[in-house]
Design a binder for this molecule. Sequence first.
Ligand SMILES: [Ca+2]
Ligand SMILES: [Ca+2]
Ligand SMILES: [Ca+2]
Ligand SMILES: [Ca+2]
Length: 318
Amino acid sequence: MLITGPVTGLYGQSVPGKDENIPFLVTFGKLGETSWGDDDFYQVWFFAVPKEFNQQFYIRVFDPDCGGEHDEIQGEFNTRTLFSVYGGKGVDPDQNEDSKGLLNGMNYKGGNLLASRIFAGEARYDNRYFTFGPLNPTSGDFNTRWNSYIFKAVCEGVAGDDGNLYKYFLSRDPQNNLPIEGANAFTYEYTFRMWNDFRSVAHIYPYIDTGIVSVKERNFDWDNDGTILVVSKYKQGVEMTISDEDYWEDKVIPVEPQEQDASLDFQFHKRQGVLVKNNNVVITLENQRGDALKFFSSPIGGVPVYEPAIGVRPKPKK
Ligand SMILES: [Ca+2]
Ligand SMILES: [Ca+2]
Ligand SMILES: [Ca+2]
Ligand SMILES: [Ca+2]
């Protein structure tokens, strides 16, 4: 099935996205401990630039360094993080399964390396942006279904054991965050930081394609931190099985035909009482055939809102 029109609205290129309410992505140095919440010490994101957009653009990384503000220290800061941007054939995960970056040992670096840089703790980029580019849209890997050129950003913790917290922004401008209309970003394995408060609810939005009848959600190192709920037009809040320290939990839930070709809302609610601090977590989702599903930073079709069944029993007339 072809999806017509723009992939989504204006703000899809902020990663994490506007509707997700997630403070940071996180990737640990490869000598880190998985019990701190990163299972594999790398993270892969894709950016879809619509075919209609024909100017140069930039991929900006906020706080790419590991040190100073935002980052998670273990002992002393000694982590080095490699950010790499890829384009060309081999990037598009719809055509190259390995590119998804889901399993260790797979070559998630498929495509042409367009730019890369290693960051240590660097005051120059602490609490600031580093900008990759300019990039040309046609140097991406064209995907006909999304009518977009696909680019890939890989973040790897190549040394050390600390957690690098960072964000991306796909921008028309090297110095400011100016969104590209119709662009979006997606990943298959989402590693992120929860807020350090009781009330903030984080969300991620997987796209449920036609033909999907069930999904298996997996979560890693959730630290027994409250509840993970699935909400849609037809689900008021299905509770997922949650992990505690340094292991995966999973649960399969059915998907209704009416939930296809739309997004689900996975909600992450903090445990009340004693605050779980600095909770990093990994989330993946697959369909009934075991194919990994995309989490879009701007939900396809918008944020789903539960609609209680109406009109089943009309009020008796008096
Ligand atoms: Ca920093
Ligand atoms: Ca360290
Ligand atoms: Ca950082
Ligand atoms: Ca955790």
